[in-house]
Design a protein around this ligand. Structure first.
Ligand code: ATP
Ligand code: MG
Length: 426
């Protein structure tokens, strides 16, 4: 279509495919203040993997925007949809509602010529298995219970998960036990781990009892078990897989979330690396593809908690792998954050698109600068400052075309439970 702006698409892809397999993100905002109006559609490339940072201060429309990307992927024509799948890390409990139509913004949708549409059959909700009943009692439709199998983490990862420096006696004791259980090449539980530690005469009694109480607490988090994260489900094409980790209440909630995200990120990356090899062999006629694993879009809300700037969490390394090498096997990443200066700088510098809503502080803008050498800072600030006060307005920096656009995100077709949740909480 003429008059559409396509971002993130390579020139040769544009010449070949035009705006086929793109996501309709919103409309270009032209003019300033009261004079501003909405012009051309802004479409985003979905043929290739991307790293897209979404930032902006509280309530500016980041999570809502993440939902728009997921909707667009799930509603692509079948031939494109079958190559993609989406994973959403939902820390706020706001994405299960994508199963339902957005009846709340019918008038707005109508102004945009759109209709509320639920994606009941495309959205799958995963929650920690021990919380399944809590969710169901709260009226939230759950599809799968998931858990963290302890044997899936290395000795070093265990120490990181518990925030133990590698030289700490607890870390050393824990690593020894994990290593010796890993050697057996069998699954093991937290109880097996405790037993192993108790049984080790080289660990002093003080360390033993500290480790025992630490692991007993971890066992009570209710996330360890054999279920795993169901990668075989995630790898079904055209789905929106929502991992709702919002109801973890323990003080260790973030450790648990980080463990889950680490598992998902590692699994997805590994599966795609293997799939890519198969795809390449099939392309040169060496083999016939038996099964197709779709490319994955991983969207992470409140991402500064999973890949922070100032410390290493257990999800840092797996996510950094995707940040640095995800494009080759076809894993896209969309971190969303209020504070781009709190997220690992590599995320900002590797991003090929940045969607920035209004920002709170100059620090945040400075953090963005790491990736925006090509743009003049004054320009970026001017564009952000000049945004109309509407919810869902942002600037989009497209590394591909080295252009900046002001954009109004299109209204969501599916229901965004965010607002009601915050109305209840405040
Ligand atoms: N493009 C849009 N069109 C219409 N309404 C929008 C749009 N974007 C956001 N909103 C409204 O603004 C509310 C807040 O948006 P959202 O939950 O995405 O904020 P957020 O930036 O993620 O905030 P927080 O940092 O608190 O998580 C939404 O519930 C929705 O009602
Ligand atoms: Mg949000």
């Amino acid at each position: 279509m003429p008059n559409e702006i396509v971002v993130g698409r390579l020139k040769e892809d544009f010449e070949k495919f035009g705006s086929e397999a793109t996501a309709y993100l919103g409309k270009h905002i032209v003019g300033k203040g009261d004079e501003a109006y909405l012009a051309n559609k802004i479409m985003m490339d979905l043929l290739r993997p991307h790293l897209i940072l979404i930032c902006g201060k509280r309530g500016t429309g980041k999570s809502y925007f993440g939902g728009v990307i997921a909707e667009e992927i799930a509603m692509l024509p079948e031939k494109h949809r079958n190559n993609l799948t989406t994973v959403m890390i939902d820390t706020m409990g706001i994405y299960w509602s994508m199963k339902l139509p957005n009846e709340e913004q019918v008038v707005l949708l109508d102004q945009w010529g759109l209709k509320p549409t639920g994606l009941k059959d495309r959205v799958k909700v995963y929650v920690p298995f021990q919380q399944k009943k809590d969710y169901e009692d709260a009226g939230i439709p759950v599809d799968f219970g998931i858990s963290v199998p302890p044997h899936m983490f290395s000795a070093e990862e265990w120490s990181t998960a518990f925030n133990l420096p590698q030289t700490n006696p607890l870390a050393i004791g824990l690593q020894k036990a994990v290593n010796s259980l890993q050697k057996r090449d069998e699954k093991f539980s937290i109880d097996d781990l405790i037993y192993k530690i108790k049984d080790d005469s080289s660990i002093d009694t003080h360390t033993k009892s500290a480790l025992e109480s630490m692991l007993t607490v971890a066992n009570s988090w209710g996330v360890f078990g054999d279920e795993g994260v169901k990668t075989e489900e995630i790898m079904k094409p055209g789905m929106i897989n929502v991992f709702d980790v919002s109801r973890l209440r323990s003080t260790e909630a973030w450790s648990v979330r980080n463990l889950l995200v680490a598992l998902i990120a590692k699994d997805v990356y590994y599966k795609r690396v293997m799939a890519r090899k198969q795809e390449e062999l099939a392309r040169v006629g060496e083999i016939k593809l038996k099964q197709r694993f779709p490319m994955v879009w991983m969207l992470i809300d409140e991402a500064h908690n999973f890949i922070p700037a100032d410390k290493e969490t257990v999800s840092t390394a797996p996510l950094l792998t995707i940040v640095k090498q995800g494009r080759e096997p076809g894993v896209s990443l969309v971190p969303m954050t209020q504070m781009p200066n709190k997220i690992h700088p590599e995320v900002v510098s590797q991003a090929d698109m940045i969607i920035s809503h209004r920002l709170t502080s100059k620090n945040d803008l400075d953090a963005l600068h790491a990736s925006m050498q090509t743009y003049l800072m004054e320009d970026v600030w001017k564009y952000i400052e000049g945004l109309p006060k509407w919810r869902g307005s942002s600037i989009i920096l497209d590394d591909n075309s080295e252009r900046i656009f002001q954009m109004q995100t299109r209204p969501r077709l599916t229901w965004h439970a965010g607002e009601s949740a915050s109305a209840v909480n405040t």
